[in-house]
Write a protein that binds this ligand. Sequence first.
Ligand SMILES: O=C(O)C[C@H]1C=CC(=O)O1
Length: 91
Amino acid sequence: MLFHVRMDVRLPAGMDPDERAEVLAREKAYSQELQRSGTWPHLWRIVGEYANVSIFDVADNDELHDLLSGLPLFPYMDVSVTPLATHPSAI
Ligand SMILES: O=C(O)C[C@H]1C=CC(=O)O1
């Protein structure tokens, strides 16, 4: 199943710089592992925003929820999920 996911990152302004660097490094490793496995086939920065649009390819809602809630940045993001179906005009 494919899902369109938008993530808006909202790191606290006063966050400790070492803690910030550490969580960003863990986020990068986590996301790159999912990209390599094909579970996260698209990851795009939204121009001018600290946000991304992504496509996830997972078995079901529960797998997506587990992956998203495991993101190191999950406590610092607003996440919006849109399930995708096949478009009848798609070729
Ligand atoms: O920067 C972001 O958009 C948030 C998040 C998504 C992947 C990643 O490495 O960080």
